[in-house]
Design a binder for this molecule. Sequence first.
Ligand code: IPM
Ligand code: SF4
Length: 425
Amino acid sequence: MGNKPMTLAEKIFSKAAGRPVSAGEFVVANIDRAMTHDITGPLAVKGFYEIMEGKEEKKVWDPEKIVIIFDHQSPADSVNAAQNHIYLRKFAQEQGILNYDIYEGVCHQVLPEKGHVLPGDLIVGSDSHTCAYGSLGAFSTGLGSTDMAAVLATGRLWFKVPETLRFNIEGKLPEHVYSKDLILHLIGDVGVEGARYMAAEFGGETVHNLSISERMTMSNMAIEMGGKAGLIEPDKVTEAYLKERIPDFKLDSHWKSDVGAHFKEVRGYDISELEPQVACPHNVDNVKPVTEVAGTKIDQIFVGSCTNGRFEDIKIMMEAMGNDPIAKGVRLIVVPASRTEYMKVYRAGYVETLMEKGAIVESPCCGPCMGGSFGRLGDGEVGLSTSNRNFLGRQGSPHSFVYLSSPATAGASAITGEITDPREI
Ligand SMILES: CC(C)[C@H](C(=O)O)[C@@H](O)C(=O)O
Ligand code: SF4
């Protein structure tokens, strides 16, 4: 693909466009995988039929490359949701799309988990947190339903190849400090528009020492700094994760930014003294060290979502809670991000422990993350959430307040009833 050093984003778009391309160029790219879900899917499918009007064969470009997920309102929380589910199921059956399953879990957990995400792939999803798959070295990004309609019909889409904002992160995360604290810190630092239309690329020793679950948390939130993608160079950890799903998977060392590649900006961080971080109402970049907001009374804690709803996250929360009971008056809602993650939580005995403590463990779905199916906050209520957004009214009433934190901070806060520094438990 030529000798000019390239960023990982440029390499992926070069593959997808079938010629060497550079940041700033407009390209028409071939899509490797497309995901849609129960909220944005019906409109995408309607758009697809509009595009197909008058054509004899109304067939999607490739049924094997399309994944349909039921997660935002699943199990159906209204008749309207049930109708949408029927519509999408019918579409999947008519088109021969086999990758759909009502109760599998949150899209951004299910796709990597089921082996639909590969390094070097160009993946689109009609959901803003599609950037999560950058954790495995794929360029993945969110689209609106009408763009998704075009993808369903043609498997192609135009893009402006993005510039890259590279984060070099060094140092060992202190005890009780996790990748959620790190990404909140980065968002607080660059702001919600800091990476607008750029590929945020997270690198350095710290990132390579993170598990895939922790990397997913970071890539997932790239959109919260305006990023088009949240890339992490695939390495041995990525390879091990993928081999569990695709036994003959081999990592291609091509999928990384070359030495000398042009970055729009490089930012360096030493995080060896990072404190647990909390994003305060009502913006994700309103980030403060936990010590500044410790003592804030909490009504409800939600541990789940595509950001921090995996077994690893729930284990961290459980460890922070220890043997202590949940504070009086606090509602703890735990929603594992997928059936697979749920079963791990179940087998570890956490479901029983949590239920005994008075928490509830709900079936895998988006849950209260965006004030969806259940767990909405009322007027004046304060929620602490391990998810990715705390916009005004995000989890219910426009007169409620949402703080975002790591599962450790959530666990520590569950036993005190107020925002609590997990290092003090
Ligand atoms: C419903 C969907 C369009 C939305 C998104 O795109 O992100 C949701 O998943 C969210 O997290 O706000
Ligand atoms: S869990 Fe939350 S952030 Fe993730 S896809 Fe669902 S609603 Fe969006």
